[in-house]
Ligand binder design. Structure first.
Ligand code: ARG
Length: 574
């Protein structure tokens, strides 16, 4: 659609400029073009009130004037008409059927991508659970928004480095060590995994309420760990290993891997240099024994760098990590995906890095997201009111398994398990990513799993339908070919598909994967209407059949790519 928008805009710009040279250029006009809410009006609309000041005329008159001027010039690709102050464009069937469809067929899953990011590196810091604390649904956002942003940037040609900035350092490890020595049991933890570690952590807090000396003990143990004490280090390593065993199950279900697992502990030896630099820059101030950077001038509370006992904090580690990443990856952007609750933390240390004079301070991007609560569903958890991510995913998988047992009793046990996992996890991810990221959401499992609603299963089912058309065509020896369209639902479907490149641009610009999710639903709606209105492989005319098959294949590749961009595993059969 970018191409045709530019073609329309440049002809319109000529018409407008003929009256006032400075009225608007083609790029501006291209950005004014919108998609009319009522598609029967046209595929694109140009609101002409934008020109009324420069052209000293009423919008409907301007619309008519531009219409007269461009009518013949756009004839092969689009039809123009006036409706009030709007100019409406309808893209021609032959342009869509030959050019657009031809391009999608040629490019396949590459359609909609670009090489705009070639030679540039984007670092993405996401998921990043805290060892020995719950990997809860609050991390769902970071995990799937982060991974989707990575895929989107890759689709634009960026080299991406996905980092799991694991919360593997801090005083909580002192607490864990004390708790484990007092109440822990190796076998129980080896069997029970993270849940048992969390249970120990919870017990520590309950006991420390009664006996505050436990906190001192924990601090001392963490200090020993910082000094490299062998026994404590071995325990710390083991806690991480136990946690990872479980995180990896979740990551595997989600189809997510990382390029680096450098967690907070990785920066232990990299912090002194930055603390020193802060001191040299005159930025460090003592406040009740703690070292801080005063940010009152910027309307923010101070950024804490060192506790009064000299131990480092979360922001200290983030500053050291950013410097390390700048040096190691020479990034064009470094993106952090976390809950909006951490926005202040990022604003603070981003400012500190700027004050330190690092030239890349403006390449740091925080991508926040809203809160999730779970409605209408009881999820078993051993950790009080926190909902674990694995419980959410497993509940979805179980429910989908029940649904497909009824829907498709012929599936073998193995096929069923694989499909239930892909569709269950896909349902959760899709439902989550349908939401504008900043909006708080109440996650209702039955809404996510509704096979007839605007859901992951519906989208995955539609994708599977395009696969089955392709399989059937292959076995019947029918080949797809771009060509003349014969039905309005074919035309509408192609108009929608042709928006894909812009959707990807917008999703990257706004750090908003939900734009892709909503696009997927638009494609599914149009495809299912087309599928209902137009016989594909049973069409009588050879050319019509080949074009419809080509359309179905185009949907297959665009949907396939789009699902992949939002971290959904495609299933060829449901
Ligand atoms: N571990 C943190 C948490 O679970 C998220 C870390 C985000 N990344 C960062 N560089 N601070 O809340």
């Amino acid at each position: 659609m970018r191409k045709i928008k530019m073609a329309i805009a440049s002809v319109c710009a000529d018409a407008v400029k003929a009256i006032n040279e400075n009225a608007a250029d083609a790029a501006a006009i291209a950005s004014y073009l919108e998609y009319p809410p009522d598609r029967s009006l046209g595929d694109l609309a140009l609101p002409c009130f934008r020109f009324s000041r420069e052209l000293r005329s009423a919008p409907p008159k301007i619309a008519q004037m531009i219409c007269d001027a461009v009518k013949d010039k756009l004839a092969p690709v689009a039809d123009v008409s006036v409706a009030g102050g709007y100019l409406n464009f309808r893209i021609s069937r032959s342009y869509l059927g030959r050019d657009v469809l031809g391009e999608i067929l040629t490019l396949g899953e590459d359609y909609g991508g670009s090489d705009e990011g070639a030679g540039k590196t984007v670092v993405l810091d996401y998921s990043s659970p805290n060892v020995a604390k719950p990997f809860h649904i609050g991390h769902l956002g970071s995990t799937v928004i982060g991974h989707s942003l990575k895929k989107l940037h890759e689709f634009h040609g960026y080299k991406c480095v996905g980092i799991n900035h694991l919360g593997d350092w801090g005083t909580q490890f002192g607490k864990m060590i004390v708790a484990y020595r007092k109440w822990g049991d190796k076998d129980v933890i080896d069997k029970g995994g993270v849940d048992e570690l969390v249970a120990l952590y919870v017990k520590f807090h309950a006991e420390a309420e009664k006996d505050p000396s436990l906190d001192d003990e924990a601090r001392a143990e963490f200090h020993k760990l910082e000094l490299g004490d062998e026994e404590n280090t071995a325990l710390w390593r083991w806690f991480i290993e136990v946690s990872f065993k479980e995180y990896n199950v979740t990551y595997k279900q989600l189809g997510i891997t990382f390029d680096s697992y450098a967690g907070e502990s990785f920066y232990t030896d990299k912090m002194p240099e930055q603390v020193e630099k802060l001191r040299e820059c005159g930025l460090l101030k003592l406040d009740n024994g703690a070292s801080i950077v005063d940010l009152s001038e910027y309307g923010m509370p101070p950024c804490l760098i060192l506790r009064s006992d000299g131990s480092t904090l979360y922001p200290t580690r983030d500053i050291a990590a950013a410097v390390y990443r700048a040096r190691t990856y020479n990034f064009d952007k470094c993106i952090y995906v976390t809950a909006a609750a951490q926005s202040l933390h990022f604003a603070q240390w981003f400012r500190v890095v700027e004050l330190m004079g690092y030239p890349w301070y403006d390449k740091l991007v925080h991508v926040p997201y809203g809160m999730v609560s779970i409605g209408g569903e009881k999820l078993a958890t051993r950790t009080g009111n926190v909902i674990l991510l694995k419980d959410l995913l497993n509940t979805a998988i179980e429910k989908v398994s029940d649904i497909i047992t009824v829907k498709n009793p012929a599936l073998s046990g193995e096929e069923k398990a694989a499909t239930a996992e892909a569709v269950g996890v896909g349902a959760v991810v899709f439902h989550y990513l349908l939401n504008n990221r900043m909006r708080d959401m109440n996650f209702i499992m039955d809404d996510a799993l509704n096979f007839d609603g605007n859901t992951g299963p519906y989208a995955m089912y539609t994708y599977a339908r395009t696969c089955s058309v392709r399989r059937k065509a292959d076995s019947d020896g029918i080949a797809p070919a771009a060509g003349e369209l014969t039905d309005e639902s074919e035309r509408q479907l192609l108009v929608t598909l042709s928006r894909f490149g812009e959707v990807v641009d917008d999703a990257i610009r706004d750090y908003e994967p939900s734009l892709v999710t909503r696009f997927i639903l638009d494609v599914c709606t149009d495809y299912n209407k087309f599928y209902h209105d137009c016989p594909i492989l049973t069409a009588e005319d050879d050319d019509v059949r080949a074009v419809r098959l080509a359309l179905s294949c185009a949907v297959n590749s665009v949907l396939g790519r789009a699902l992949d961009l939002i971290c959904i595993k495609k299933t060829e059969k449901i």
